[in-house]
Design a protein around this ligand. Structure first.
Ligand code: CP
Length: 303
């Protein structure tokens, strides 16, 4: 069974083709998912992931069922494996947003339908596909692009680094020393870059990181489920994308954010709402990229 639990579940070639098809097929309405049902099990809030998968499946002729994890028997002790086996009998694919990547992988191991990671604490691979699609809309040659992530070494940064490294881009993850990416993520990105001819760098110095950047990218300082704390905010202050940070880049450098954003924390309002921000295009691309993903997992892989 073909799942999408992490960006490395697709080869570099498959990622590039998916992104190109997503650009070419924007606005597609078809019946390719006719008769198929997509379940969406979410344990955390969502605006973009939930709505873009719902609309995307609808535009491909499929049916979608949203299931809050709180309302399932999982919360009363039914096992992940039993849930996966039973839902596999009803559904043709499932998007899961949860906390633990291990729980997601347990679900996928027991499922006989494609499982898509709609975000875990460790990874956000669907976001990374839309990010790469957006980058590709500005640069034909991904091997000549420098993408700099600034902020917390979180799930968005791990998947962004992984997907950029896989396709041969130059990715820099710039975090405070105490908020660095986990070792597994660093190993993964550096290994992918070695194979693709790309570069994956990890640093704590924003001034050198942003030099020559084509894209600056940031995400919230406090991910879902994390309490705000003043020490972490102080550590992240120098990594905020604001006018001064942007002034260190070329006028062509664009600004990305997966949203939701907190203006005045990880990014200034002037930058987020300014002419170099491409965040709404990036958000729209969730829809286009995920339609291509559903086609590959729920149709092509079943043929
Ligand atoms: N970027 C993202 O995943 O947005 P949601 O949390 O709204 O789905």
């Amino acid at each position: 069974m073909r799942h999408f639990l992490k960006t490395t579940d697709l080869s570099a070639r498959e990622i590039i083709e998916l992104v190109q098809d997503a650009i070419a097929n924007k606005g597609e309405h078809s019946n390719i998912l006719a008769g198929k049902s997509l379940g969406m099990i979410f344990a955390k809030p969502s605006t973009r992931t939930r709505v873009s998968f719902t609309v995307g499946a609808y535009e491909l002729g499929g049916h979608v069922m949203f299931i809050s994890e709180r309302e399932m028997q999982l919360g009363r002790g039914e096992t992940i494996e039993d849930t996966a086996r039973v839902l596999s009998a009803y559904l043709d694919g499932v998007v899961i947003r949860t906390y633990s990547q291990d729980d997601l992988e347990r679900f996928a191991a027991a499922a006989t339908i494609p499982v898509i990671n709609g975000l875990t604490d460790e990874r956000h691979p669907c976001q990374a596909l839309a990010d790469l699609m957006t980058i590709r809309e500005y640069h034909d040659d991904l091997t000549k692009v420098k993408v700099v992530y600034l902020g917390d070494g979180n799930n968005v940064s791990t998947s962004l680094a992984s997907v950029c490294a896989a396709v041969g881009a130059h990715v820099v993850v710039c975090t405070p020393p105490d908020l660095a990416s986990p070792e597994w993520a660093v190993r993964e990105a550096i290994g992918l870059a070695a194979a693709s001819g790309g570069v994956a760098e990890y640093t704590t110095d924003p001034a050198t990181a942003v030099r020559g950047a084509d894209f600056l990218y940031t995400d919230v300082w406090f991910s879902m489920g994390q309490q705000k704390n003043p020490l972490k905010s102080r550590q992240l202050e120098p990594y905020r994308i604001d006018e001064a940070m942007l002034a260190q880049t070329s006028p062509e450098c664009r600004v990305m954010h997966c949203l939701p954003a907190h203006r005045g924390e990880e990014i200034s309002a002037a930058v987020l709402d300014g002419p170099r921000s491409i965040v709404y295009q990036q958000a729209e691309n969730r829809l286009h990229a995920q339609k291509e993903l559903m086609k590959r997992l729920m149709v092509d892989a079943q043929a």
